[in-house]
Design a protein around this ligand. Structure first.
Ligand code: AMP
Ligand code: TRP
Length: 337
């Protein structure tokens, strides 16, 4: 069966985008939207699987819609949705939940990690957390997507989506193409405060640089980034912090400058202030237009909501068609027209 979308990927409305999210995911989506039929979106249902605040959930969902567009996703060039504005996702997730062995869900690494985290905060984890990857399978299979660009941490969930598709196709009707992960060589962006770890909001604010941080903040965080701690590595290799800064320069479109610094450092120069200066400038230059677009989109918040509603309504038509097939194959009655 033909894929409806070549590429599909979704992101949680988890607050401001970091440079890690941008270079690791969103920049790639922006590139793909001109090359393939793409669906991108914001998974607010997934954000409910751990304790959440209603007012924040809604705010962050609209903020993320704005931020993705400010980064360059264009609703004219890709289908951009809010998951819960296509409530059929939950219906398909329910049907999938009923054909998926419990043990497949219970063995997911992310479920084990997150359930432990929630318990450590003194709360009990929800049944939704267990169903998380099944909802993710519904997101993907609903649109018969061929490729799913995700970080390696999502491989297990993607494998589950493939398994669900296989079970459905075998037991009920051959409807779903098996989605494959799309591992483009997305760079790993490191924490400026601890470059042995990935940049991540869960580590704390000094570990992240936000795409929409003020230019001063970006420069300051780059300036205070950890480089060599004590002596430089003896074998002539660069320390993780220096590599991290060079990566930022590479991915900001300044690969030549990065190469220049690499050559100097290979000759034994260990001065990092000039590198930090250039990295700060490059990041600010790259993000300036995004900050501008974000301000404009925020000023027209209503229009963004309307537009997200319209594009989600278009997605809904595809979702309804898929569910009609699924209901037919599983013995549920067709919905009255
Ligand atoms: P998260 O909100 O952390 O689940 O990340 C959303 C997306 O951004 C995923 O596709 C991640 O792979 C990507 N991402 C997050 N942090 C980084 C990072 N430090 N380096 C590269 N990619 C990242
Ligand atoms: N679980 C994904 C993440 O945390 C988000 C997600 C939900 C997703 N549904 C998806 C990603 C469907 C790709 C396709 O990054």
């Amino acid at each position: 069966m033909p894929a409806t979308f070549d590429v599909l990927s979704l992101i949680q409305p988890s607050g401001d985008l970091t440079l890690g999210n941008y270079f690791g995911a969103v920049a790639n989506w922006v590139r793909l939207q001109d090359e393939q039929r793409c669906l991108f979106g914001i998974v607010d249902y997934h954000a409910m699987t751990v304790p959440f605040q209603p007012s924040k959930l809604r705010q962050r969902t609209w903020d993320m819609a704005i931020d993705l567009q400010a980064c360059g996703l264009d609703p004219e060039r890709c289908l951009l949705i809010v998951q819960s504005l296509v409530p059929e996702h939950t219906e398909l997730a329910w049907i999938f939940a009923c054909i998926t062995p419990y043990s497949w869900a219970a063995k997911m690494t992310q479920f084990k990690d997150k359930s432990r985290q929630v318990e450590a905060q003194g709360a009990s984890y929800s049944a939704g957390l267990l169903l998380y990857p099944i909802l993710q399978a519904a997101d993907i299979l609903m649109y018969k997507a061929a490729h799913v660009p995700v970080g390696g941490d999502q491989d297990q969930h993607l494998e589950l989506a493939r398994d669900v598709a296989r079970v459905f196709n075998r037991e009920y009707a051959d409807i779903f193409p098996e989605p494959t992960p799309l591992h483009t060589e997305a760079p790993k962006i490191l924490s400026p405060a601890d470059p042995t770890r990935k940049m991540s909001k869960s580590l704390g604010s000094k570990h992240v640089i936000g795409v929409f941080d003020d230019p001063d903040v970006i420069r300051r965080k780059v300036k205070s980034a950890v480089t060599d701690t004590g002596d430089a590595p003896a074998d002539g290799a660069l320390s993780p912090g220096v590599e991290g800064l060079l990566t930022l320069l590479d991915v900001s479109g300044c690969a030549d400058e990065a190469q220049g610094f690499r050559e100097e450092y290979a000759r034994g120069n260990r001065r990092y202030a000039p590198l930090k200066e250039v990295v700060g400038d490059a990041l600010v230059a790259l993000t300036d237009p995004m900050r501008e677009r974000r301000a404009a989109l925020r000023a027209g918040r209503k229009a963004v909501k309307r537009q997200m509603g319209e594009s989600s309504a278009r997605a809904r038509e595809i979702a309804r068609a898929t569910l009609a097939e699924v209901r037919e194959a599983t013995g549920l009655p067709p919905l009255p027209q």
